[in-house]
Design a protein around this ligand. Structure first.
Ligand code: FAD
Ligand code: DLZ
Ligand code: SF4
Length: 508
């Protein structure tokens, strides 16, 4: 008997973030023999309370992808959320399809999240194929990490540059340097021309999904309309073209900047398409590289952008699979405070926090520096329980999946892994936000005031954070300067900071 599952009729399972025609499972199957299963299930819609725009994006993109598969000749069993027989779990739907269609074998591309990988590992007759839509395989990352005392993105990134040959000039990096980050820290000016990401009008399929999401998930966080995300590969490619034409040239310069009423600045707003499988990392990077060689974008923009994708994105995925299970429970700094309610309402007098949370509510989007240096920084300084912070980030962004979100939150932002991912906590006082944004000018708090009523809350919290965690952080060479500054302060000043911080913490 032939035991190769793929020579017998097979169920090809495609998950909501595997919307790529060349995924491993689809490549392994054949349209004239196999059936594709796609299922909308409550377990996935509710394992965290996803933002309404994220739900609409995933469900509409799934429906569009199913239609494309059918147009390409694949038989598709598509289970809708309101199907009365829906078991509402992916393993339940795989088993139900196997029984209804009398197909004993099923194949799926490895899921992005550990919890599903575990569920699939226990599923009878289900083969899991490696997800090769990344530059580095799990094994490659493990090999690279093995024996290293510290895992640093920069060194991993250089390997990825060599491997992909992106922006390489022979064996050397283009422009003679691997990294042009030092040129990418300009604050933005509001009079500069600001592009907007490409708007896509909702078609009939999306309209139906919007009605469904409003009906079934009315109490979830977020504003559903206007809904403007692309939901097909073609739409995502148009968004990529638009980004390269309109925003890439200034991406590098203003990568870290923040401006009121400018939620996107020169960012690409492509992560939701990339993470759902509508775009591939290498096609994006090759497009950006081409823009540089054609003289359309400067090197600091192209290198900076490519580093985010073949550097950070691949690196955090490697860390996730290296450290799961257990990574999302890490709490090195023993932070215990509950997440303040204003993370769900934007109802706070802190102008920077209010802006970042309000745009998160409206767009299911905030750019990296808002996530890291505003909402993330505040949670870190205030000592919020990292699990609560992690669940918030996983729910509220259209691009959030645990494999990419958790290392960014647990590791980079909350330092809950004790420095595996970053060499120091991303902790900053109001001064950083003032330098990189225009929020402080319109804030009820005074960024220059260090303590007392009316002082920017980030200021006393910064020192309180360092003092609270001194046993764990004082030895960190990158924090030496900060601790020396604290040590030089007179006791009365120190006490003022600590008292002010307690008042801020009591208020939240
Ligand atoms: P751009 O600024 O245009 O960057 C280009 C691309 O680079 C992004 O689309 C993304 O694919 C990649 N990228 C950039 N930085 C990172 C990074 N640190 N890790 C992984 N990929 C990166 N990214 C997610 O995709 N999903 C998440 O759930 C997520 N959660 C985050 C939580 C926190 C606390 C922080 C600090 C960062 C998080 N990021 C996450 C990384 C980054 O903020 C987003 O990828 C980016 O803001 C998405 O917007 P963009 O497409 O406009 O990105
Ligand atoms: C995010 C998501 C949502 C909201 N809904 C579904 C769904 O109904 N069916 C599905 O197959 N996938 C969905 N997804 C994506 C999965 O949660 C994702 O595949 C896992 O988190 C692994 O990354
Ligand atoms: Fe944020 Fe402080 Fe500036 Fe207000 S003063 S916007 S709280 S950094």
């Amino acid at each position: 008997m032939d035991n190769n599952p793929l020579k017998r009729p097979t169920l090809i399972v495609v998950l909501g973030d595997q919307l790529s025609m060349n995924s491993a499972a689809l490549r392994a199957g054949s349209a004239d023999r196999d059936t594709v299963l796609m299922a909308e299930v409550m377990d996935e819609a509710q394992y965290v309370r996803h933002h309404k725009k994220k739900l609409a994006f995933v469900l509409s993109a799934m429906r569009h992808f199913a239609a494309e598969l059918e147009a390409a000749g694949w038989p598709v069993r598509y289970v809708r959320l309101d199907d009365p027989d829906n078991t509402h779990s992916l393993t339940g739907e795989i088993a139900r399809a196997q029984s209804d269609l009398n197909i004993s074998r099923a194949v799926v591309t490895e899921p992005g999240e550990y919890r599903l990988a575990q569920a699939f590992a226990g599923s009878e007759g289900l083969s899991v194929l490696p997800d090769d839509r990344f530059v580095a395989s799990h094994q490659e990352f493990r090999d690279w990490a093995k024996g290293r005392k510290q895992l640093r993105m920069e060194y991993f990134y250089r390997e990825m540059r060599r491997k992909t040959r992106l922006l390489m000039s022979g064996d050397a990096p283009e422009g003679g340097r691997w990294n042009f980050d030092s040129e990418n820290r300009k604050p933005a000016k509001s009079h500069l021309f600001m592009p907007r990401p490409l708007d896509t009008d909702p078609d009939e399929i999306t309209q139906e999904v919007l009605t469904l999401v409003e009906a079934k998930f009315a109490d979830h966080f977020g504003t559903l309309t206007p809904f403007w995300f692309a939901v097909t590969r073609q739409g995502a490619l148009a968004a990529l073209d638009h980004f390269v034409d309109a925003a890439l040239p200034r991406f590098g310069d203003y990568q870290d900047a923040m401006l009121s009423d400018e939620p996107f600045l020169y960012h690409s707003v492509l992560a939701q398409y990339l993470n759902a499988g509508l775009l591939s990392p290498l096609e994006i990077c090759r497009r950006v590289e081409r823009a540089y060689y054609e003289g359309h974008a400067p090197l600091n923009a192209a290198e900076g952008y490519i580093r985010q994708i073949i550097g950070w994105r691949e690196f955090v995925r490697g860390i996730y699979w290296l450290r799961m299970p257990g990574y999302i429970q890490e709490n090195y700094l023993e932070a215990k405070r509950p997440l303040p309610a204003f993370y769900w309402t934007a109802d706070t007098d802190m102008a920077c926090m209010s802006a970042a949370i309000a745009q998160t509510r409206d767009e299911a989007y905030a750019h990296h520096i808002q996530r890291l240096m505003v909402t993330g920084n505040f949670a870190l300084l205030a000592g919020i329980d990292p699990v609560e912070v992690h669940e918030w980030y996983l729910a509220v962004y259209a691009d959030a999946y645990e494999w990419v979100e958790a290392p960014n939150v647990i590791g980079m932002s909350q330092f809950a892994d004790g420095g595996l991912l970053g060499s120091k906590p991303y902790a900053a006082s109001g001064n950083y936000i003032n330098k990189m944004s225009d929020h402080c000018a319109a804030c009820r708090y005074d960024v220059k005031q260090k303590t007392g009523e009316g002082a920017c809350p980030f200021n006393p919290l910064y020192w309180d954070f360092l003092v609270r965690n001194a046993d764990k952080l004082r030895g960190n060479p990158r924090l030496g300067h900060a601790y020396r500054t604290w040590d030089r302060m007179n006791e009365a000043k120190q006490q003022e900071y600590l008292d002010s911080a307690q008042k801020v913490l009591a208020r939240i």
